[in-house]
Ligand binder design. Sequence first.
Ligand code: DGI
Ligand code: FE
Ligand code: FE
Length: 397
Amino acid sequence: MKKIGILGGTFNPVHNGHLALGEAAMEQYGLEEVWLMPSKLPPHKSHFAILSEKHRLAMTKLAAKTNERFVVSDFELLREGLTYTADTLELLTKEYPDCRFYFIVGGDSLVNFFSWRQPERILELAALLGAGRAGIGEETINAAAEALRKAVPGAEVGIVQLSDYPVSSKEIRKAFFTGEAERVRPFLPEAVYRYLMENRLFLKVTYDELDAEMQRILPRKRYLHTVAVAHLSAAYAAACGLDPEKALLAGILHDCAKAYTDEALLTECERCFLPVTEVEQRNGFLLHAKLGAYYAKERYFITDGEILSAIRYHTTGRPGMTDYEKIVFLADYLEPFRTQPTTPALDEIRKIAFSDLDRAVFLALENTVNYLSAKEQEIDFTTVETYEEYKKKMRRQ
Ligand code: DGI
Ligand code: FE
Ligand code: FE
């Protein structure tokens, strides 16, 4: 039987850590080849900035040239619909009856292997190799491997001894997006680095990518609101001589953390070490602005402070708001699909916003504060402070 390793992944981009894992598996388990198999987009993960199959495959081919025993397989890419490992192995074992497949996964996957689809079937069809990972701990991984061997008689489960690779694909993308591509160059096969540079990939976060991601993660109505805010923000920016592109990006991301319940927002903020005030404890939804700015930076690689603060303060405003903050705050309140039954003055403010940002912000704040008071809802201290500042400002005019 010919021993073949299968190393699947999104490979966005493929890096030396993937190759090191493949090579370690070859050496430690006597594999003749390792097939690098780029996968389709996993439905549950973020699709943001995932390159086309064409690019991911091309880079994997370049990476495979570093070792003659690497083979690139487009087996998963060529299949229709969702691809589950069990199905892939079912087909592979039929097509290559004289091969024994060694399916290589990260150590974390070994630990939660029973959450995969048809784990027992996978273990019947192929051997499973998990990468040892310092982050998880040798004992945990060994125990997981032992549990799998016990669960399926005859299952072959092994561990690939390998120290943690210092970077991930995500960190590589981040470095590219933030202009630090050179720093991660040593972690990529040189040909892959050149490919990314020559094709200008991961150089800039585009509106279209963010739009597609919001469409994917937000409910339909919220998505339409978001797009309306993005475009209205851009229009305000143009009217004020500011950069419409920046306003557009702030607008499309302003509610990117809105698809959570109040409770989930609290947990998520804690997980991300974001401070939570007492008012926010009681009114969890306020946190979507803070968490949204955090996601914009960490997930969507936005580095522009003016874009980030426009997202951060879009719900409460703040004293001394910047123009971009005012723009997104207003667009959020005034976008044409937004209906606020309690605010007949909305159309009036809509007109004013194009010529006098400050007056429009004042009126929006006044309405919000009145509305919340009438409904006996707690008002955030920042909202109150901002309102007070604007009242003074308006008296001076
Ligand atoms: O996320 P959106 O629904 O698009 O809009 P948003 O982020 O402005 O949130 C809207 C709600 O936030 C709206 O019902 C008014 C409310 N809000 C704004 N400031 C405060 C506030 N709610 C409370 N409880 N306290 C505030 O200070
Ligand atoms: Fe919001
Ligand atoms: Fe909004």
